[in-house]
Each structure stands twice: as structure tokens, then as C-alpha cells.
Design a binder for this molecule. Structure first.
Ligand SMILES: Nc1ncnc2c1ncn2[C@@H]1O[C@H](COP(=O)(O)OP(=O)(O)OP(=O)(O)O)[C@@H](O)[C@H]1O
Ligand SMILES: O=c1ccn([C@@H]2O[C@H](COP(=O)(O)O)[C@@H](O)[C@H]2O)c(=O)[nH]1
Length: 249
């Protein structure tokens, strides 16, 4: 017992990041299913979150909604864009609730705060309360993006990451970093170990939208894009090991 505690203390000292904003892709939650939430996949993800919480990392999460609905998707058809975006935000609330349940099933305390008020379902977003939860070691899951249409959850992640004074934004996705081109479309694309914000924006690297990149750049909030499918990847990132792609000023 004493040995385990000592080991944790040593690891805590060697953490590269002590407070992180983890952006979980909605699409990554589908696993190999065509839509929705794959149970095995979500459990694998929360297992990784639990692992870093136990190392002493404070974790805030923004989850996407692409596994259920996107305002710009074909499903939205000719629907009014703002209405479709509100549907997309509601999709992120479902993912947030599923994540909270999954985390708590492993004994990791978590709270959901929503940018759209729905008091029967989740707490409303309140910055001081969220900061308090983080200091108490609870995972805070931010649902409903920014609460405004015409944005994405990547931008919500940049916003909450800056508000929560996180050391870094970790974009967990289904690719293992940023490539010279979309690796799903161009098999000859190669992965960057690091890239500057200016380069990422100039080269239009579509792994994230430019509003999110610009906000992170302005707030000096570095980003690490990495693949969440690989077990232990999240821990490697917070320990500062060579994992994914670093985006910096
Ligand atoms: N240059 C690039 N490097 C890496 N990935 C890229 C690049 N260009 C486009 N992509 C694509 O970006 C996607 C990563 O985004 P992700 O799935 O996290 O999207 P998202 O819109 O944030 O997710 P969601 O809406 O599901 O939360 C990958 O599916 C990848 O194919
Ligand atoms: O601030 C926000 C965040 C999201 N939306 C809508 O939700 C969907 C799902 O988010 P993803 O980032 O694509 O996972 C998005 O397509 C928007 O329709 C929003 O309107 N505002």
C-alpha cells in the first residue's frame, strides 16, 4: 500500500499536464457501430480517464455529438440550420450522460454541466462550481457545446479549456494525430509530431475547425491530437511521452 502511494506521488511529480480539457469525439464513441454509443468503446475510454484521474490529473471533458446528430449532416437535410444545431447540442447531452454513468460505474466521480439549461437532466454551466469540482478531483463533463448554434464542440472545448485554465487541450479522436492530409482519404499522408497554430490554420488541416484553432492560439492553450483507441494513450500524453501531434504557438 505504502509502495503504491509512493509510486503515485512520483508519477504526480512527473506529470506534464495537471489540469486537462479532454475533447472526446462523438464519432469515436461509435466504435465499429454505424451510429450511437458502443458499450465496449465507451468503457475503454472511461477506463483511460479513470487511469489519469488516479494519477492526480484534474479532468474536464467536452464531448462531441457526431455519433448521433450534426447540424451540417445529410440527416439535417433542408432543416433550418439553427434548429439542426440545437439538435446537435442535444446529442452531446446524451453522450455526456452516458459518459458520466460509465465513469461512475468504475467508481470515478463525475458531474455534468450543460450550456443549455435542462434542470431535470443536468446542472447548468457555472464556472465557479466547475472549478470547485475540478479541485475536488471530480471529472466535469461539459454538455451542449457552447450553447449557441453555428459552433462546434471543438470550439466549446477551446472555450471551456481557456475558462478552466487548463494546461492543455487533448483532442481524443479516431486518428492518431494530425496528418499532412486527411489520412482517411489520402493513405500517403504523413503524421506531424508537432505543428504550429499558424501552419495548421494556413494549411487548412481539417482535423479541427479554424475557430477552435484560433481561440486556442489566442489563449496560448496548446493542443495534443491523439488516438483514443490505443489503450494507455491518454496516460502517455499526460506524462509527456511521444504520442499524437502537439499544436503550439
Ligand atoms: N489533416 C488531418 N489530420 C488528421 N485528421 C484529419 C485531417 N483532416 C481531416 N481529418 C479528419 O478529422 C477527423 C477528426 O475529427 P473528429 O472525429 O474528432 O471530428 P469531430 O468533428 O471533432 O468529431 P465529433 O463531431 O464526432 O465529435 C478524423 O476523422 C480525420 O479523418
Ligand atoms: O457549440 C456548439 C456545439 C455543437 N453544436 C451542434 O452540435 C453538433 C455536434 O457537435 P460536433 O462538434 O459536430 O460533434 C454540431 O454539428 C452542431 O450542429 C452547436 O450548434 N454549437
Amino acid at each position: 500500500m505504502q509502495f503504491v502511494q509512493e509510486e503515485r506521488k512520483t508519477i504526480k511529480m512527473s506529470l506534464k499536464y495537471k489540469r486537462v480539457l479532454l475533447k472526446l469525439s462523438g464519432e469515436a464513441l461509435m466504435g465499429s457501430d454505424p451510429f450511437g454509443i458502443n458499450r465496449e468503446t465507451i468503457m475503454q475510454m472511461v477506463q483511460q480517464v479513470k487511469e489519469i484521474v488516479e494519477l492526480g490529473v484534474e479532468v474536464a471533458i467536452v464531448v462531441g455529438g457526431g455519433n448521433i446528430f450534426r447540424g451540417v449532416s445529410a440527416q439535417a437535410g433542408s432543416m433550418d440550420r439553427a434548429t439542426a444545431d440545437y439538435m446537435g447540442m442535444l446529442a452531446t447531452v446524451m453522450n455526456a450522460l452516458a459518459l458520466k454513468e460509465a465513469l461512475e460505474s468504475l467508481g470515478t466521480k463525475a458531474r455534468v454541466q450543460s450550456a443549455l439549461t435542462m434542470q431535470q437532466v443536468a446542472e447548468a454551466y457555472a464556472r465557479p462550481k466547475a472549478l470547485q469540482y475540478l479541485e475536488e478531483g471530480k471529472v466535469v463533463i461539459f454538455a451542449a457545446g457552447t450553447g449557441n448554434p453555428f459552433f462546434t464542440t471543438d470550439t466549446a472545448a477551446a472555450l471551456r479549456g481557456a475558462e478552466m485554465q487548463c494546461d492543455v487541450m487533448l483532442k481524443a479522436t479516431n486518428v492518431d494525430g494530425i496528418y499532412t492530409a486527411d489520412p482517411k482519404k489520402d493513405p500517403s499522408a504523413t503524421r506531424y509530431q508537432s505543428v504550429t497554430f499558424d501552419e495548421a490554420i494556413k494549411k487548412k488541416l481539417k482535423v479541427m475547425d479554424s475557430t477552435a484553432f484560433t481561440l486556442c492560439q489566442e489563449r496560448n492553450l496548446n493542443i495534443v491530437v491523439f488516438g483514443i483507441q490505443k489503450m494507455g494513450a491518454l496516460k502517455s500524453v499526460v506524462l509527456g511521452e511521444d504520442e499524437g501531434t502537439l499544436v503550439h504557438n
